[in-house]
Design a protein around this ligand. Structure first.
Ligand code: ADP
Ligand code: NA
Length: 327
């Protein structure tokens, strides 16, 4: 059976981009794929994380997966650091990944900031850990947002190189799945930047746990332009186009349909209706998250059980890789 692997970082501020670009699609996919969904805490620590916050955010992200509709009985839900196969395979793959390939990764350049020499080695090697995450499960498909496309291509390159070096088809090449009407949700403050957990401005994103007033405020302040009318022109009107895409994705319609409905309306009308729509879709998730978070021991049990199931898949794969290498 085809198997999907995907994950998100427990770095807090889970936002609409994570939901529309990733988690919401996983909910649909769990019906047709054997599904492994990870809380990638080892990725999170490539930049500084407060230990107490990390524990809380790991539980919170688990709660978000479940609240969004991922079934922990049918799917494997676990945190990455609980399964040592990830770090072991990452090291093995580090040893056969040319530095030149990593130097081409645009996300590192963005995340490392101006003083690249001070970025951690882990941040630099992040894409190899991601390759290990996927390959440890011999995942056939990887549902991600567009921002992860380059990392997925690298994963395929690493798998292919491994197979070629050892003249053996050990690691299958995974296919990216970039799904939905909002595969790249942009910042509400700047239509050229993606909506991100790490954006210093809270007004740049809508968080899954935002209440109605907060969502209303953020959308009211969301940047648009001074042109009258509602048109979908991603190049010329990126901020307006972003809000139309978000609208379409939340409402299960196309951008054309949204534009047709509001053609002559002032854009504030779109913002008001989008507020209602976001509250309608996110509100129940936030509420269910709160309910789940009231019982952290139960969340920990779900993660422990998931880790057992994850090990049962990943450990034999790492054993096969070790044996292939001669270890
Ligand atoms: P972030 O990039 O916000 O730190 P993660 O790295 O944890 O979030 O990503 C979790 C998932 O959410 C990935 O599949 C990623 O592609 C997706 N994702 C993140 N940001 C966006 C966005 N702005 N639009 C669409 N998908 C996104
Ligand atoms: Na990301």
């Amino acid at each position: 059976m085809a198997r999907i692997f995907s994950g998100a970082q427990p770095t807090g501020n889970l936002h609409l981009g994570n939901y529309l670009g990733a988690i919401r699609n996983w909910v649909t996919l769990q019906d047709s794929y054997e599904s492994v969904f990870c809380i990638v805490d080892l990725h999170a620590i490539t930049v500084w994380q407060d230990p107490k916050a990390l524990i809380r955010q790991t539980r919170e992200l688990t709660a978000a997966y479940i609240a969004a509709g991922i079934d922990p009985e049918r799917c494997v839900i676990f945190n990455q650091s609980a399964v040592t196969a990830h770090s072991e395979l990452a090291w093995l793959l580090n040893c056969m990944t040319p530095i030149g390939w990593l130097n081409r990764m645009t996300q590192f350049k963005e995340k490392a900031g101006k003083d690249r020499e001070k970025a951690s080695l882990g941040l630099y090697a992040y894409p190899v850990l991601m390759a290990a995450d996927i390959l440890a499960y011999k995942a056939t498909h990887v549902p991600v947002g567009e921002d992860q496309k380059q990392h997925l291509e690298l994963t395929r390159d690493i798998a292919q190189r491994f197979n070629q070096l050892y003249e053996k088809d050990v690691l299958p090449l995974p296919e990216p799945m970039i799904l939905g009407a909002a595969t790249r949700v942009m910042s509400l403050r700047d239509g050229t930047k993606k909506m991100s957990k790490s954006d210093p401005s809270d007004y740049a994103r809508i968080n899954l746990t935002d209440d109605r007033d907060t969502i209303a405020q953020k959308l009211k302040k969301a940047r648009t332009d001074s042109e009258p009318g509602v048109t979908y022109e991603p190049e010329r009107r990126p901020e307006v186009a972003n809000l139309i895409r978000i609208y379409a994705a939340l409402d299960g319609r196309t951008t054309d349909q949204v534009v047709a409905d509001y053609a002559d309306a002032p854009f504030t009308t779109v913002k008001t209706r989008l507020t209602d729509l976001a509250v309608e879709k996110l509100g129940p998730i936030a509420e269910e998250m709160k309910r789940l978070m009231a019982d952290p021991a139960e969340i920990d049990r779900i993660l422990a059980k998931g880790a057992d199931r994850a090990r049962a898949i990943a450990d034999p794969v790492v054993a096969e890789v070790r044996e292939t290498i001669g270890l």
